[in-house]
Design a protein around this ligand. Structure first.
Ligand code: NAP
Ligand code: MG
Length: 497
């Protein structure tokens, strides 16, 4: 079989692996690098820089200077819009190359890379470009009585929050970065992006395209380095005004604590343990197809993955057996092979994490219905796995985020019980409800502790629809007007006349 690298047609010697700092592509000042692997084969694909604290500082200083530079500070909103549109054009022109790069580096199916990771990135850039010219404040009448006879009028402006440190995970590397970069730039902020160590290649190529688009130097910087060093240095840097993280709750808690020290603004999109709730009237075939897609999409490496399935008792076996069939028959392989349905996990480490969760499920007495092992091949594959918990006892799998293709299914009797079970988690990112009874659907949706509730669908996101978590799934909302509010500060200018 041809290696994934050969499949991709990517010339590894031509990869853009340098960081973008102050409009220049650079290696780490220390010269140190780390190695990336193709998740489908385990083969080495590239060496990328490992940013030092000095590199982080240079990137932040460049972003700070760019913020004050007239070429950015005074740029008309319409010109910012045009720049973002130009960047979207460049992404679109290089979509095929970027999608292949993502499949090579992350392992995702090429179709998913094309439609979601790159396709949606273009869509988000265009949508947020439109916001650049639509940011507005308010004018307020004031009741302050002194000195007598004086009138006051306040103008409320929305101004860029400043230098934004954006830290993103490896599940949809380019899209997660664009979710932050596009609104931040639309608002006139400057950005230092740190992609996940395992998946920096599309961000690095994107950085080169941003240079080509003509953003002033320092407006967008991309550094690569480990979370515990470069990431932490960015979080603790006094010249960063806001940190926006998409990542695990554990890292989010630490970042939140650090930001509190200097009251740095912080937005956190964190983990999830999203329930898929099938009501008793739902066609079992529709429910099973929906539940399978909700958990197995992108190998379950989705923050909103439908990792807990609740089915009313009388349909439980039928739905779970059908999801298990999908799991058993799934074709595993390279994301470049059009026949593949389940690709590899992102890394050896992630495969081990997922296998450990599967072991724990078995040890705690969950019933293994499908999958449960690594695949017998090179690369970081895990069989799509389905567990049933018919006793309803508390399990690690119902509580902790796996971030892999592992489902735990549980039967329920009535709506009160399923709402209680669905909310019995520290997370609150998303949920879905499957039924043709819209009245029940809305009543359940109202009571779920989740930032997004889908009805008869799962994992649908849109640049115009707020997205984020309740409880320990995060703080703040991305997309739409919420994103514009997130990257601006409100300033009241009060005029006496
Ligand atoms: P992670 O370990 O939290 O890492 C996320 C990012 O934070 C990476 O760039 C990481 O760098 C960096 N990081 C780690 N420690 C840091 C520190 N001390 N200071 C600053 N940065 C640090 O998460 P992951 O394993 O990459 O991704 C999976 C998680 O992301 C899951 O929990 C998933 O639910 C969540 N997620 C949430 C959403 C959402 O929108 N809510 C979307 C996607 C994923 P390194 O790569 O170098 O470790
Ligand atoms: Mg991690």
């Amino acid at each position: 079989m041809k290696s994934t690298t050969a499949f991709s047609g990517i010339d590894l010697s031509q990869l853009q692996t340098r960081m973008l700092i102050n409009g220049e592509l650079r290696n780490a000042s220390s010269g140190s690098t780390f190695t990336l692997h193709d998740p489908a084969t385990g083969q080495e694909i590239a060496r990328v820089p490992q940013a030092t604290n000095a590199d982080v500082d240079a990137a932040v200083q460049a972003a700070r200077t760019a913020l004050q530079n007239v070429s950015w500070r005074e740029m008309l909103p319409a010109a910012r819009e045009r720049l973002l549109q130009k960047l979207a054009d460049l992404l679109e022109r290089h979509a095929d190359e970027l999608a292949k790069l993502e499949t090579l580096n992350q392992g995702m199916l090429l179709g998913v890379a094309q439609a979601v990771d790159v396709g949606a990135s273009v869509q988000w850039l265009r949508y947020m470009a439109g916001w650049a010219t639509k940011i507005h404040g308010d004018s307020i009448d004031i009741s302050f009585p002194m000195p007598p006879g004086t009138k006051y009028q306040a103008i409320v402006r929305r101004q860029p929050v400043g230098v934004v440190g954006a830290i993103v995970p490896w599940n949809f590397p380019l899209l997660m970065a664009i979710w932050k970069i596009a609104p931040a730039l639309a608002c006139g902020c400057t950005v230092v992006l740190k992609p996940a160590s395992d998946t920096p290649l599309t961000a690095l190529r994107f950085a080169e395209l941003a240079l080509e688009a003509g953003f002033p130097p320092g407006v967008l910087n991309v550094i690569v380095g480990s979370g515990s060093t470069a990431g932490a240095a960015l979080v603790q840097h006094p010249d960063v005004n806001k940190i926006t993280l998409t990542g695990s709750t554990e890292v989010g808690v630490w970042i939140g604590q650090q930001c509190a020290n200097t009251v740095k603004r912080v937005a956190l999109e964190l983990g999830g343990k999203s329930p898929v709730i099938v009501l008793d009237d739902c066609d079992p075939a529709v429910a099973a197809a929906g539940a399978s897609a909700a958990i197995f999409f992108n190998q379950g490496q989705v923050c909103t993955a439908g990792s807990r399935l609740y089915v009313q008792k009388k349909q439980f076996e039928r739905v779970v057996e059908s999801v298990a069939d999908t799991a058993r028959n799934a074709v595993l392989g390279s994301g470049f092979d059009p026949a593949t349905q389940i690709g590899p996990l992102v890394s050896q480490r992630q495969r081990e994490n997922v296998l450990r969760f599967i072991d724990t499920g078995v040890k705690e007495g969950a019933q293994l219905v499908a999958g449960g092992t690594a695949a017998d091949r090179d690369g970081y594959f895990v069989q799509p796995t389905v567990f049933a918990n018919t006793t309803g006892r508390p399990l690690t799998l119902t509580r902790e985020e796996v971030f892999g293709p592992v489902l735990i299914a549980q039967p329920y009797d009535d709506l009160e019980e399923v709402v209680r079970e669905a909310n019995n988690t520290v997370y609150g990112l998303a949920a879905s409800v499957w039924t043709s009874n819209i009245s029940k659907a809305l009543r359940v949706a109202e009571r779920l502790d989740a930032g997004t509730v889908w009805i008869n669908s799962h994992n649908v996101v849109d640049p115009n629809m707020p997205f984020g978590g309740f409880k320990q799934s995060g703080i703040g909302r991305e997309h739409g007007r919420s994103a514009i509010e997130a990257y601006t500060e409100c300033k009241s200018i009060c005029i006496a006349y």
